[in-house]
Design a protein around this ligand. Structure first.
Ligand code: SAH
Length: 529
């Protein structure tokens, strides 16, 4: 057997500037393989959801060079120790690991210990924060060079060994990281070095995040403007004529949903995708799952499931109404050690939605029929099956949730099919801070609420009192599809927004459209209303 330590290694991964979607494909893959993740405060915590459930994630608490909770030495020792145990250690660092991140020191420690190590470069905040502020760091008309410098090499003083005097005029665009605390001294040094006091300058705080704030001022006035706007770390400072382009190129803050707080009530497993779609649209996703989905696990439930799964050959059709149904179908097959049984299934696979079909395919089941486009609900599926799939006399399995709707089973039965609609998973209530939710709604801190299932609607309404209910009607209310919209309407919270297909990206676009058209009226009306 190989020595355990032989397979251990350290991967320094750039987490990107803030928006978790700006990690690289390779960085995401490294996280998925990690046994241990040592992450900085500056790296988005959302990225940790990419790591596997068994990965040990440790916050090593570094926030730039300010107030580290662990010394650099400790972090290096921790990384080396785990890697020597044979673990794959991902060191997740804000931005790019080799841009002022002390990544090189961590790599040296690994090299000295004789470990394998790699670096996955990241999108540095030095370029991304200006880009998201509409400031290109070079431009044929204004700037042919840029320099990225630290304003904070030694926390106790402005870094005099950095030649501000020479830098001030040697490059067109100066980008200063970690410069907020010493900003007045830095600006003074740049002006002393010969840069005009009037040079357009900016500070970009929380760049690439929906919380992004930008202050623009002539160089000499930047420290006062920054103080007035109360900007703090993390922020980067940009000095140069390119800052003038922001007026025309500020795209991120101009997106319609920019800065709006939108509640995501979806189950934790799936909330990330909606949160990411909302973030890409400029919104601040506020993830508070109201329900979760867990496998049915009582003796009674498993007895039924096991009977079905051990006789899959009896079915002519298996109908999946959601990717969750697919997920829990495979969960129970795996539980029974029947993972490969799916490959020999003779039944036709019928799916509502292309995502459901993709999930089935990922498990080795290719769909015979996919209901894509249209309303994408159980009623349209029933119509399609009746019209084209000749259900009469067929034996149909529908793996579903404990509160699955009866539209499909009953509809198919009345069309002459023999249907087993079997609960494979359960909706459970998550722990939610009800008073906080009510306060946030009443105080107007929430601009929109998204729902992707009737069960989340019911839980949400149960958490409200009369004031919070009234406050919710002032928010944008979004439903993923007709069934959820119907539940909202019954709960006295009619949906303002519903996308034309039941997908989370479409939901985010529909919200964007709703806001950009400034329409108080719903873009979707329930049929017949
Ligand atoms: N390796 C990182 C930089 C680490 S030093 C990178 O490549 O981005 C930390 C400094 O980066 C902060 O003080 C700030 O100047 C800058 N920074 C990090 N995240 C930022 C963000 N989202 N917006 C603006 N500046 C940021």
């Amino acid at each position: 057997m190989k020595e355990a330590s032989a397979s251990g290694r350290l991967i320094l991964v750039g987490a990107g500037p803030g928006d978790p979607d700006l990690i690289t494909v390779r960085g995401a893959a490294a996280l998925q393989q990690a046994d241990v993740v040592l992450y900085d405060e500056l790296a988005s915590h959302e990225l940790l959801s990419l790591a596997s459930d068994h990965a040990l994630c440790i916050n090593v608490g570094k926030r730039g060079h300010d107030s580290p909770t662990r010394s650099q030495q400790d972090i290096q020792e921790l990384a080396v120790r785990y890697a020597l145990e044979g673990k794959t250690v991902v060191r997740l660092k804000g931005g790019d690991p080799f841009v002022f991140g002390r990544g090189a020191e961590e790599a040296s420690a690994a090299a000295k210990a004789g470990l394998l190590w790699e670096v996955v470069p990241g999108v540095t905040s030095a370029l991304a924060a200006p880009a998201y502020a509409g400031i290109p760091v070079t431009d044929r008309r204004h700037a042919a060079s840029f320099a990225v410098v630290t304003g904070h090499k030694d926390p106790t003083r402005v870094s005099r060994d950095l030649s501000w005097g020479a830098l001030a005029t040697a490059v067109d665009t100066l980008i200063v990281l970690m410069g907020m605390r010493n900003l007045p001294e830095i600006v003074e040094a740049i002006i002393e070095g010969g840069r005009s006091e009037a040079t357009p300058s900016a500070a970009v705080m929380q760049g690439t995040l929906p919380e992004q704030k930008v202050v623009v001022a002539p160089l000499a006035e930047l420290p006062a403007a920054v103080a007035e706007a109360q900007l703090g770390a993390p922020a980067c400072v940009v000095v140069g004529d390119v800052v003038g382009l922001r007026e025309e190129l500020r795209w991120w803050e101009s997106t319609p949903l920019f800065g709006r707080r939108i509640l995501v009530t979806r189950a934790p497993h799936q909330a990330g995708e909606l949160a990411s779609a909302l973030r890409a649209a400029g919104a601040v996703p506020d993830v508070r799952p109201l329900i979760d989905l867990v496998p049915c696990d009582s003796e009674e439930e498993c007895r039924v499931i096991d009977a079905v799964l051990t006789q899959l050959e009896n079915y002519d059709d298996v109908l999946f109404a959601s990717s969750n149904a697919v997920r829990f179908f495979f969960h129970h097959l795996d539980r029974l050690g029947l993972g490969s049984a799916a490959a020999n299934l003779r039944a036709r696979i019928l799916c509502i939605g292309s995502r459901t079909a993709q999930a089935a395919l990922a498990g080795g089941l290719s769909a015979h029929f996919v209901l894509a486009g249209g309303r994408g609900d159980a009623d349209s599926m029933l119509e399609e099956i009746r019209a084209t799939l000749e259900p009469t006399g067929r034996r149909v399995l529908i793996p579903q949730s404990d509160i699955g709707r009866s539209v499909l089973p009953e509809g198919l039965r009345s069309a002459g099919a023999r249907v087993d609609a079997v609960p494979f998973y359960r909706n459970v209530e998550t722990e939610v801070d009800g008073p906080l939710l009510r306060n946030d709604l009443i105080a107007g801190r929430i601009d929109g609420v998204t729902f992707t299932s009737p069960s989340a609607v019911q839980r949400f309404v149960a958490l409200l009192d009369a004031d919070a209910h009234a406050a919710t009607t002032r928010c944008m209310i979004a439903a993923i599809g007709p069934t959820t919209a119907h539940a909202l309407k019954s709960a006295g919270l009619p949906a303002d927004v519903m996308p034309d297909r039941p997908e989370v990206r479409a939901l985010a676009s529909a919200l964007t459209q709703y806001v950009s058209e400034g329409q108080p009226k719903p873009i979707w009306k329930e049929e017949g209303s």
